[in-house]
Design a protein around this ligand. Sequence first.
Ligand code: IPE
Ligand code: IPE
Ligand code: MG
Length: 236
Amino acid sequence: MNVPQHIAIILDGNGRWAKSKGMPRNYGHAQGSKNVERICEEAWRLGIKYLTVYAFSTENWSRPKNEVDALMTLLRNYMKTCLKTAAKNDMKIRVIGDIEPLDENIKSRIKELEEATVNNGGLNFTIALNYGSRDEITRAVKKIAEDCREGKINPDSITEKTVNDYLDTHDIPDPDLMIRTSGEQRLSNYLLWQLAYSEFYFTDVPWPAFTKEELIKAIEEYNHRHRRFGGVEEEK
Ligand code: IPE
Ligand code: IPE
Ligand code: MG
């Protein structure tokens, strides 16, 4: 089986999954975060090198305050757990998104996590937090404009690689496969630039119920895709 190097996941459907079990939405988020831990381990075992998950979008602030507060508390606690699992599994953690508006406690935990794992050689695990692709591109454009003004770069020399280098994901290869759970078939502002040539896989399974078997199904489906990148396939 040809295993994708990088899988990006929109882990959706946590709230609806909980509701279907007669539980509050935050129970779904808690179980969803536990599932992230499990899938990280499975992904590495299957030979995946990069896993990027969408944890909180720039649009998710529009949810009711109690849900946002509960999600922030969950993320804070998750960072602590993640520090342990990263050490155990040799994972390298990165956070993408605009972390500036997050509270100091979360910010210092992110810094701690990234610094503690920077030299690890296992799974490259990236968490998209207060992430929005349009926001990421806007921040990159601003920074490029500033660097032009200061004479650090010449506008005539800007290439696709320059733009890529200013994105939060500058040191991560583009995803080969994008998975969205829970039946929704949209990007919701996730990695618009980076997913230009990725294969998309949608499943009705909500994220907390997404197992290793579901991951294998997605990879098998990926194996049936023909990636052409605008070219033509060689005749066999
Ligand atoms: C996705 O699960 C995770 C976050 C946005 C934090 P949802 O909370 O969107 O779950 P549903 O889609 O409402 O079921
Ligand atoms: C996308 O899910 C964001 C995350 C999974 C963090 P949403 O549930 O917020 O997306 P929409 O609102 O259904 O598009
Ligand atoms: Mg959702």
